[in-house]
Design a protein around this ligand. Sequence first.
Ligand code: IVH
Length: 679
Amino acid sequence: MPETVPKDREEAARAAAELRTEIHYHNHRYYVLDAPEISDAEFDRLLRRLMAIEAAYPELATADSPTRRVGGAPAEGFGRLAHPTPMLSLGNAFSRDELRAFDARVRSGLNGEPAEYVVELKVDGLAINLIYENGSLARAATRGDGTFGEDVTANVRTIRAVPLALARADEGVPQLLEVRGEVYLPRRELDRLNQKREAAGEPLFANPRNAAAGSLRQLDPRVTAERALSVFIYGLGARAGAELASHAQTLEYLTRLGFKVNPNFRVFQDIETAADYCESWAEKRLDLPYEIDGLVIKLNSLAGQAALGATAKDPRWAIAYKFPAEQAVTVVEDIFLRVGRTGVLTPTAILRPVRIAGSTVSRATLHNADYIRDKDIRIGDAVTIHKAGEIIPEVVSVLAERRTGREREFAMPELCPECGEPIVRQSGEAAYKCVNPRCPAQTREGLIHFVSRDAMNIEGLGPAVITALLDSGLVTDAADLYTLGKEELLPMERMGEKSAQNLLAAIQNSKEAGLARLLFALGIRFVGVKAAGTLARHYGDIDQIREASFEALTELEEIGPKIAESVVAYFTMGENLELIEKLRRAGVKLTEEKTAEGPAPLAGKTFVLTGTLSGLTRNEATELIERLGGKVTGSVSKKTHYVVAGAEAGSKLDKARELGVPVLEEAEFAALVKAGGVV
Ligand code: IVH
């Protein structure tokens, strides 16, 4: 439907001004506050109406009009822009001691006065300088050499979190305001972008910083507009007008002007508590929707900052705290094959041990044969490896220039290294598999899975004990665990009276784990915790599942044809049926209470879990909520009904508080669940 444009020019001017104010307002709600009030369609309608008016009366289009965000014509190259005040860089600290040394320097520069610090996240992106003249975005530049940057104004205009006009412009804004921040690409956008690039055969962005830079430094602003970049603002350059005494006040002032300031900044009275806060992000940062490469510690007092000044490069009043490196270079000494529970062979690199992110790494996964071929990884190669959080280390790239010619290429063997039976590769799959169901490696991995926390949860039965039990012949399958006695356990290495007793008790207890856990523990292909729970609660009995047809199974919510086919196949194999009978004879519970029909007490309620609960694993808590009809999602929004916060809850808790979402402590959650009739 074509938009109606006022015939009268004055009326059109009024309508355009109103629309602009309205669009700026909703833009800020959506992109800065993350709390939209209107739908995307309604927003688009406002924008289209304004575009129609500006098309009919081009003279009404202002420089800060939101219609300018769509991206103009490509530029020839980037012009150079001088920064009104230089953009400095930051010195680095890699440890608490280095932070203490920084604090000592600051305090001696302040004649021993106590120093208060603001700690902010150091978002990994690209520094940007935004220049507002009389309240409107006039120019934007990259950092460049700190004195001159590249003119990326047209591209920055497409970033929705950058206000084109300052809020409260009517209250008198400074003639010139220089605003500093970091342009970044959220993780999800980076993944999406890389998937698209992979499909198009283009090189992938190695990290969010390169992706942000690549997206912003596009000669065609229309490309930038498609990239979903965002920005966090963390400081001011030149400014006039505002009376500010501290950096914390600066951040509040910037927020009032409509800028997106990262909410995780905190003020600390001394360097020790500031350092605690820095360290507390080492793990929590993995939950953030964007990457950070450290934190920035800034002296809070602006008078103090002025007194300390800067060296040629860095301010003396601020420092970056960097997390320990996650990458290192080492040598692939060998490649061996690990046989998994399903027979899949995973090539694993044996590395010359190297320290990364505070731990020693001596192995890295190579995923599959294609991965080795694509990266051309050879035995003897020098490689860069990467480790992030708890993720298994991975080989990122080969340093081909270091080759001596003595490196050896890896070839997949024809026989399983564990059992000597042939290996096959199914067409269309990357994985090679050992198809011998009696392969000892598969049995071992299957048992490790059977006793794991989300399965039968038998504590004290680690891989070493399982291997010993298998080697001694005391155990050949999962059901044999239930026939073990103390006299058989005691002769084992490092098995005392007390641990044997505990282990036997844990094994006995697991008999009551219930059908959902057992189904998961059996390791039926594609049946994860969720599907196992669905099947157990619907059928209530393993015999009912065994008899269920493919059609009946696929009628259940969340059971697709792949799972259904695998379940049917599992129950047609004689050895699986034998195992189930053996478990039955051992007294293992093969049933689960069916869920009552009718409305579930938590129906329609959405939960987000964060932090560590003491009484339940994440999966257990999820199962409980779902059993009561509730839903569990990964991120907090206005639509979340409850956030359940365990120990060391991270950014999701902050977000809940920010949005006013009710937060339940573990005890309150337990009470809610109890009220729902479970437990
Ligand atoms: S302050 C004079 N604060 O880190 C102070 N920088 O070398 C200069 N960065 O690329 C920077 N988050 O853009 C500051 N909260 C933050 C930051 C931050 C990210 C970037 C900055 C530059 C680098 C500093």
